[in-house]
Design a protein around this ligand. Sequence first.
Ligand code: 5GP
Length: 179
Amino acid sequence: MPNICIHDKIFTPFLNAHIIGEKVDALARQISQDYAGKKPLFIPILNGSFIFAADLFKKITIEAEICFIKLASYKGTRSSGQVITAIGLDIDLFNRHVIIVEDIVDTGKTLSAFLPQLIHQQPASLKIAALLLKPAATQFPVTVDYTGFSIPNKFVLGYGLDYNGLGRNFAEIYELLEQ
Ligand code: 5GP
């Protein structure tokens, strides 16, 4: 696979479509096994997770539901600080087995700010599936229960992930070529 140029930056191939596909299949097998009889509710976070979530969900072999959400962040009052709300979450989480689906967990800030709101709804369980995890970037405590790949602390795109709006449509994942 050749390097690609997106906006002003060069990206080099990092994970090919075959390797990603095998990993997604393995995650789906594991989740299907772990959640048999529990009718889990998948909650993918848009936009970045749309391709991962679709590929993962296609391979789930048990009864399951899916509800895509988008997070909106705004400055709250001084005491509440940054507030994150979920747009599109129209299913009651009470007593449900919830699996958040993320493209990438970087610092962990987004999820650590958002998860308490979900926990407030008293789901029966709450776990996180992330295709990519950057362990070296972690600043906020988030436990990722199903990880595709642990990757170095580099900017990546493709397979749903973008750089300033572009690059989501690549079937492979590329990393930024530092020059
Ligand atoms: P966190 O809150 O964990 O720092 O960041 C999570 C979000 O930041 C991800 O859902 C993703 O949208 C974005 N992000 C973090 N690292 C990368 C990266 O390497 N590439 C891209 N395209 N987005 C990233």
